[in-house]
Ligand binder design. Sequence first.
Ligand code: NAP
Ligand code: MG
Length: 396
Amino acid sequence: MTTPIAEMDGDEMTRILWREIKDELILPFVDLRTEYYDLGLPNRDATSDRVTTEAANAVRRLRVGVKCATITPNAERVEEYGLHEMWRSPNGTIRAILDGTVFRTPIPCGVLKSFIPGWTLPITVARHSYGDIYRDTELRVEGPGTAELVFTAADGSVTRRTVYDFEGPGVLQGCYNKDSSVENFARSCFEYALGVKRDLWFSAKDTIMKQYDGLFKDTFRRLYETEYKERFVAAGITYFYTLIDDAVARLVRSKGGVVWALKNYDGDVMSDMISTAFGSLAMMTSVLVSADGCFEYEAAHGTVTRHYYRRRKGERTSTNPVATIFAWSGALRKRGELDGNNALAGFADALEAAVMETIEDRVVTGDLAALMDPQPESVDSETFLAAVRERLEKKL
Ligand code: NAP
Ligand code: MG
């Protein structure tokens, strides 16, 4: 490696896997260069969460990063870890700084049964990863009163709308997005669809949120008409807008094979549905792409807390490391591409091929064993990693 990548460590079971993946599958083969940022919750707390911002800025500077799953603290976590504050979601912070789109695609594997048998082609969820509820402002309303939306323009002029006249206690939420971010989102989706030559769908709820979701719908349509239509026609693909409820129904009846662009929350929810339908949350790649070409690779699942608690009691766990391995291979391949380092990109290909061979040889963790017919005995994470290493060594 010539240029480092930004390495962001995380929490719980995925932190354990992170170390094991590096020791077994990366460090023996690659002269690894990273800038290391510890985003584990204890260090985020010790640095008042500055480490998260530093890590995001490192991704900007180095253009490539790889991130382990991290805990987003809630009230229970504040107590469990004795936190000074309920720190915000690290992914939310990083996405706000990179202002990009998260593309999530299932890792196709013939030996796994899909829960939706009609889906024979991959479905990529393109999730806008800026603003909306992930940067919301919330208010607990304690009693009767009037809630208003107030906008004070730079010139001092004020616009007000009544949200609700509360007759008793309740809750309030304020969200925002920006024209520039929505436009970046639409552009990266059009480019991605052209890159993989698959139809692009965008769906939202503009019948209800006429201004908010209307901005998204209009931006996609305008860019399509003015900039992308000819290239789409030449590539033999189409752009299609429909309401999100209609899109869900159509998608279930389809063969797949689309890039499905979604607002931030819709993408969060739907990517779990898509990955589970294709197999497991641990069989999905996830990359955040900023409009100016920075790439952050991660797993789509969380820190697998339930397995971690079992591990702490001394039990061996069968936690699937595939998504975390593919985060590493994705980042190393991109670094190789950007630096013209073919050996590094080739290593990433070999690593992914070794993982797929291991699964095809029916050496799998519990989540995948359950999807196979006949069902093999599952192995623990360490046995799986050793089996991948054996195949990787042969390839190299
Ligand atoms: P999770 O960590 O994704 O795990 C939920 C369940 O899914 C697990 O209990 C396990 O099911 C299964 N699972 C997920 N990944 C797996 C894997 N690699 N191998 C095998 N099974 C896997 O979600 P969570 O329990 O809701 O969240 C735990 C923590 O992760 C939370 O603190 C949350 O804030 C954080 N989180 C972080 C990210 C991120 O950093 N990107 C994303 C989501 C959540 P079984 O127990 O049935 O085996
Ligand atoms: Mg999620």
